[in-house]
Ligand binder design. Structure first.
Ligand code: GLN
Length: 249
């Protein structure tokens, strides 16, 4: 259901800490796809360390390295703005470090740090028995077949992470999709989570530039039905990502 905002407010959380992989582009994509439809959008840059505002419609958390990721989680935890906004109908897109942060806990510097407890996942270097060497960093193109209930086409991106993620028993939501190529969660062939209006994924790209249907799904949650968009349904970024992912390597 639409929250009916006249201007859709898109919060880009701590881009100084969670901007390493260009995921700030997701904010630009969302704002552009609204403006191309004659709708109003505002990107709210939430500077690292400042309290997260509660009055935004979409919250974006990007990827980052281990130490900045801890700082980001600690800063966001100053208040419960994202959780409260989600209860009020806001959406979240969390990518890689952001995905790990919205869960229960994640590793950094040999320690386990608490996450934001927005979704029932946990991240570790490995879930294999202790005597097994941890898996290497997951780096490269990734192709994900989304849960059919989402009505989305195949998702394309790239991944670059050391962590492996699993859903906790009894957790809400469903995996975002199944991995056709790449690693993703690295625990059973899935990538990401979709729990209500909270989406987590390992896909960089930025993921919304390469997968405009996912951008429109998020926008429709907070805006209601969207007017059709003139122009080609596919972006250049999607075509290029698909070409790269399907190329014989
Ligand atoms: N630091 C995390 C990891 O390596 C996330 C990396 C990222 O956001 N790309 O697992």
């Amino acid at each position: 259901m639409s929250r009916g905002p006249s201007t859709t407010r898109i919060a880009l959380i701590y881009p100084e800490l969670l901007g390493t992989y260009g995921d700030g582009g997701n904010a630009i994509v969302l704002a552009r796809r609204l403006r191309w439809r004659g709708l109003r959008a505002e990107i709210v840059n939430v500077a690292a360390g400042s309290p997260v505002p509660e009055d935004c419609d979409i919250y974006l958390l990007g990827g980052g390295e281990d130490a900045p990721q801890v700082l980001a989680a600690d800063g966001i935890r100053q208040n419960r703005a994202i959780a409260r906004a989600v209860s009020g109908g806001a959406a979240v897109l969390a990518v890689c470090a952001g995905y790990q942060v919205i869960g229960e806990s994640f590793p950094s510097g040999g320690e386990i740090h608490p996450g934001l407890h927005l979704v029932g996942i946990e991240t570790r270097r490995s879930f294999a028995p202790p005597e097994t060497p941890p898996p290497g960093r997951a780096v490269g193109d990734i192709v994900v077949e989304p849960d059919p209930r989402l009505g989305l086409p195949t998702l394309y991106g790239y991944e670059n992470h050391a962590g492996r993620t699993r859903r906790l028993p009894g957790a809400g939501g469903v995996p975002l999709g199944t991995v056709q190529r790449g690693i993703g969660d690295g625990d059973g062939g899935t990538d990401g989570i979709i729990d209500g209006r909270v989406v987590g994924t390992y896909l960089h790209g930025p993921v919304l530039a390469q997968n405009p249907a996912l951008a429109d799904l998020l926008l429709s949650w907070v805006h209601g039905a969207l007017p059709p968009l003139d122009g080609p349904p596919e972006t250049v970024a999607l075509r290029e990502a698909r070409r790269r992912a399907l190329a014989v390597s």
